[in-house]
Design a protein around this ligand. Structure first.
Ligand code: NDP
Length: 326
C-alpha cells in the first residue's frame, strides 16, 4: 500500500510537472518567440503592392495578407512555376482575383531592368514595395553579373530594383518601402576593399554583411526621400521555419528530423507570424510617417551601431550605384 501511494504520488507529481512544463513552453513560445502581431485593420483597396520572393515563406504570407486587404499584389518571383502556385494560394486565401506573378531574378541586373520597365509601363502606381527575397549561407558562387551571390541578391538586387521603381513610388505617395533584413546583421561588417569576398569567402559572414547592407540602405534611402511622402523600414522578422535554411540545414534535417521538428516548434515562428513586422511597417497607422528605422517584433529596435554611421551609409549607396551602373 505504501508502495502504491508512493507510486501514485509519483505519477501525480509527474503529471503536474509535465503540465507546468508544457504551459511554460507554450508561454515562452507565445511571449518570447511569436511576439506582437500587426493589428492594423487598414484596407488597401485601389493600392498596388510588390513583394519580392513571394512564392514561399514570409513573402507568400505577406502577399496573402496584402491581398486580403484589397491591394493589387504583384508576386515578383524568379521561378514562374512556383510563382503561379503561389498566385493560386493567395487568390484562394484572399478571395481576390487581383493577384499576378511577374518574373524577377534578383541575381540578374538584366532581369531586374526588364521587370522594372514592364512594371513602369503596366502599373499606374506602386504604393508598397516589399524587398523580401533572400538567400542565406550559399556556397561561394556569383550572380550573372559577377557579384558574390548573397550580397548581389540580398542587397545589390534590391538596391537596383528600388531605384528603378522609385519615381513611380514617389508619384504614389504616401507610399512605403520595406526591406527585410535580419537580426544577423548585428554580426555583419563592411569592407569596401573586398565587399564581395574575393579573398576568403565565409558564407555566414557574407549573409550578415548583406543584411547589414539592407539596414544601411533603408536608412540612407529614408534620408534621401525625406519630404517626398515615401517612408522606409528595415525589418528583422524573427526566426521562422521557412526554406531559408536550405543550404545550411539540409543534411541535418534528414538525419535528425524529429529533433528538427520539435526545435522548430519551440523556437521558430510560422511564416504567417514571421510576416507580422513586415506588414506592420507596410500598412499600420503606428508606423506612418516614421522613416529609415530598423524594426523588430512590430516595434522600432536598435540596429548594429555600424548601421548608424551616416558617412558609411552614404558610401555604401555610392558603392552600390557604381556596381549596378545606376
Ligand atoms: P525562403 O527561402 O522561404 O524564401 C526566400 C524567397 O526569396 C524565395 O521566394 C526565393 O525564391 C526568393 N529568392 C531567392 N533568391 C532569389 C533571386 N535571385 N531572385 C528572386 N527571388 C529570389 O526564406 P524566408 O521567407 O525565410 O526569407 C525571406 C526574408 O526573410 C529573407 O530576406 C531572409 O533573409 C529574411 N529572414 C528570414 C529569417 C528566417 O528565420 N526565416 C530570419 C531573418 C531574416 P525560390 O523559392 O525560387 O528560391
Amino acid at each position: 500500500m505504501e508502495f502504491f501511494n508512493f507510486g501514485c504520488c509519483n505519477v501525480t507529481t509527474l503529471m503536474i510537472c509535465s503540465g507546468v512544463a508544457v504551459l511554460g513552453l507554450a508561454a515562452f513560445r507565445y511571449f518570447a518567440i511569436i511576439g506582437r502581431s500587426c493589428n492594423s485593420k487598414r484596407r488597401l483597396d485601389g493600392k498596388v503592392a510588390i513583394v519580392t520572393g513571394a512564392n514561399t515563406g514570409i513573402g507568400k504570407e505577406t502577399a496573402l495578407d496584402l491581398a486580403r486587404r484589397g491591394a493589387r499584389v504583384i508576386l515578383a518571383c524568379r521561378d514562374e512555376k512556383k510563382g503561379k502556385a503561389a498566385v493560386s494560394y493567395v487568390k484562394e486565401g484572399s478571395g481576390s482575383e487581383n493577384v499576378v506573378i511577374k518574373k524577377l531574378d534578383l541575381a540578374s541586373l538584366a532581369s531586374i531592368r526588364t521587370f522594372s520597365s514592364e512594371i513602369l509601363d503596366e502599373e499606374d502606381r506602386i504604393d508598397i514595395l516589399i524587398n523580401n527575397a533572400g538567400v542565406m549561407f550559399t556556397p561561394y558562387c556569383l550572380t550573372e553579373d559577377g557579384f558574390e551571390m548573397q550580397f548581389g541578391t540580398n542587397h545589390l538586387g534590391h538596391f537596383l530594383l528600388t531605384n528603378l521603381l522609385l519615381d513611380k513610388i514617389k508619384e504614389s505617395a504616401p507610399s512605403r518601402i520595406v526591406t527585410v533584413s535580419s537580426l544577423g546583421h548585428v554580426m555583419g561588417s563592411l569592407d569596401f576593399d573586398d565587399m564581395m569576398w574575393s579573398k576568403h569567402y565565409q558564407a555566414q559572414k557574407s549573409y550578415f554583411r548583406s543584411k547589414l547592407a539592407n539596414v544601411m540602405f533603408s536608412r540612407e534611402l529614408g534620408k534621401r526621400l525625406e519630404g517626398t511622402g515615401v517612408t522606409t523600414y528595415s525589418v528583422h522578422p524573427g526566426g521562422i521555419n521557412t526554406e531559408l535554411g536550405r543550404y545550411f540545414f539540409a543534411g541535418w534535417k534528414i538525419i535528425f528530423k524529429p529533433l528538427y521538428i520539435s526545435t522548430m516548434w519551440l523556437l521558430a515562428k510560422t511564416p504567417t507570424q514571421g510576416a507580422q513586422t513586415t506588414l506592420h511597417c507596410a500598412v499600420s497607422e503606428e508606423a506612418e510617417g516614421i522613416t529609415g528605422k530598423y524594426w523588430s517584433n512590430c516595434s522600432i529596435a536598435k540596429p548594429n551601431k555600424l548601421a548608424l554611421i551616416d558617412e558609411d551609409c552614404k558610401k555604401l549607396w555610392e558603392y552600390s550605384e557604381q556596381q549596378v551602373n545606376l
